[in-house]
Design a protein around this ligand. Structure first.
Ligand SMILES: Cc1cc2nc3c(=O)[nH]c(=O)nc-3n(C[C@H](O)[C@H](O)[C@H](O)COP(=O)(O)OP(=O)(O)OC[C@H]3O[C@@H](n4cnc5c(N)ncnc54)[C@H](O)[C@@H]3O)c2cc1C
Length: 490
């Protein structure tokens, strides 16, 4: 085996496809019982819903757009009507709401990015120092909280202002949809399953293979435990091994990485690409890698943060919102939060709702941060009851809300193979170092063969947090290895 790819989300699948096309022997080991990772399209009623990534964000220099647009897979949204609803059910006039929103966005845009300040601090400062925001300070404070939540800013220790400069958007439409097919279509495209599934490329992807140990050889490393696999598939392990093959055979066959899965299975290859999320790496790196990752890499993993973001899809008997598409920004007042008990407090962290393309009876509620973590812990019935209570509080004054038929919620924080939605550069990175570029650096065998490579969205230098960044990173690491194999460095 030439390359093992750990994790078969967008990044892993991209790497596998490119390595396979270059004629290398590859295998993908995926812990879950499906591929896609944080792309998770599920059948729902007559159609499909995306529990994870849903939109292709932008067009120019966007690899997803480049893959999907020639196949006419992407749809453009109609302009949406934005409602600003206070937590007592009052609506804020649209022009007033937009003006406050614009003032906050401009404050973030204009802020000095060369310090270790957070986006949250910048927004909070703006509500105090901007005269127009002082006209109704309570309303402005509610807006600031909504702005922080909807930008997943993460509080004073959260997303850094400097990170905004490092993260590049793609020009063009930001909310391209998949015409009801779901984001998983991009996986089909990469595996050649679209439009004709019989054309699928024969890449070996093994599901339910949770990798629990990665033993890799650096020049400095002590001899690891040896795992041996024979052509007939049989496996042997020992503390030591005597090799008597010729140097030529060794050059051809030596495998530098050994991987063990929770089910006991063993795999060996010349190189490996890790594509797990930063959340998974935070939790597991110390036990996973042998020898351990170098200090610089560990520092980066510790300082990058995972945004916790969840979706709650709510299906109604029929739509009650007068305009389509619509979005509702929820502006919480402290006294309304107090109407919810301690157990229900998570509800007060729902910060917005959207109508859902191709699902005319559904709204999508967004919940972020600690509230999302708490929401994941309660039962589905409790989530439904909480959502119904919130809908009454927010909308019964101005709208005739129809009964809720069902809900579908995500649980990205408690998912052991995700541990959150996406990684971001935090204030801690600015103070203590590390970032996407450091995370993406491979580890070398004998100084020049990339034996341990790092893909995944968080390693994308300028497009982290998104599927196009994940795919770009998968291709980048595949290209790195293809070059090493072609040059015969190995
Ligand atoms: C709610 C939500 C909404 C989002 N919306 C958008 C959006 O609209 N547009 C957009 O571009 N992006 C969006 N994103 C972000 C996007 O989903 C991710 O950036 C992208 O999918 C990450 O891909 P990846 O391959 O890097 O990681 P992952 O998708 O996390 O893939 C890693 C894979 O590794 C596997 N794995 C983990 N541990 C192990 C192990 N021990 N052994 C083997 N396998 C393992 C996982 O199961 C997973 O399949 C959203 C994310 C979330 C959660």
């Amino acid at each position: 085996m030439d390359v093992i790819v750990v994790g078969c989300g967008a990044s892993g699948v991209a790497a596998l496809r490119r390595l396979h096309d270059a004629g290398l022997k590859v295998v993908g080991l995926e812990a879950a019982d499906r591929i896609g990772g944080r792309i998770c399209t599920v059948e729902y009623g007559e159609g499909r819903l995306d529990v994870g990534a849903a939109w292709c964000h932008g067009e120019k220099d966007n690899i997803v757009f480049e893959l999907a647009n020639p196949l006419d897979l992407l749809g453009r949204p109609n302009p949406d009507h934005q409602w600003f609803v206070r937590s007592n059910g009052d609506l804020v006039p649209e022009d007033q709401g937009k003006a406050i929103q614009d003032t906050l966005s401009q404050a973030v845009e204009a802020a000095d990015k060369n310090n270790a300040k957070s986006i949250s601090e910048c927004v909070r400062d703006a509500t105090i120092s901007t005269p127009s925001l002082q006209q109704d300070p309570h309303l402005s404070a509610s807006f600031a909280e909504w702005f922080e939540r909807s930008n997943h800013a993460g509080g004073a220790r959260g997303k850094s202002l400097r990170g905004l400069d490092e993260s590049w958007g793609c020009e063009g439409e930001f909310m391209l949809n998949w015409k009801g097919r779901g984001y998983a279509t991009v996986l089909d495209v990469m595996l050649n399953k679209h439009p004709d599934p019989t054309q699928q490329v024969p890449i070996q992807i093994l599901l339910n293979k949770e990798v629990t140990s990665i033993k890799w050889r650096s020049q400095a490393a002590a001899a690891p435990l040896v795992h041996v696999q024979c052509r007939d598939g049989s496996l042997y392990a020992a503390k030591s091994l005597i090799v008597t093959m010729s140097v030529g055979v060794l050059k051809e066959r030596g495998e530098l990485v050994h991987v063990q899965c929770r089910d006991g299975s063993l795999y060996a290859a010349k190189s490996l690409i890790v594509t797990m999320s930063v959340g998974v790496l935070k939790e597991r790196h110390a036990k996973l890698f042998n020898p351990p990752l170098p200090a610089e890499k560990v520092n980066t993993i510790n300082n990058l943060q995972m945004c916790v973001l969840d979706k709650i899809y709510i299906e109604f008997t029929k739509p009650w919102w007068p305009k389509f598409p619509s979005s509702f920004a929820v502006l919480w007042r402290p006294e309304d939060k107090d109407k919810f008990s301690k157990e229900e407090r998570w509800i007060t962290e729902i910060y917005g709702f959207n109508t859902v393309e191709y699902q005319p009876n559904s709204l999508l509620a967004w919940i972020y941060g600690e509230g999302a973590v708490e929401m994941e812990k309660v039962s589905e019935d409790a989530v439904k009851a909480g959502v119904i209570k919130l809908l009454n509080v927010l909308f019964s004054k101005e709208f005739e809300v129809t009964p809720v038929k069902s809900i579908l919620r995500s649980k990205w924080a408690s998912n052991p193979f995700a541990r959150g939605a996406y990684a971001y550069r935090s204030v801690t990175n600015e103070q203590h170092g590390g970032g996407a570029i450091t995370l993406s650096e491979p580890l070398y065998f004998k100084d020049n063969f990339p034996i341990l490579c790092f893909g995944g969205e968080a390693t994308s230098h300028h497009r982290h947090g998104a599927v196009h960044g994940a795919i770009e990173a998968g291709f980048r690491e595949a290209d790195r290895l293809i070059e090493a194999f072609i040059k015969g460095i190995y």
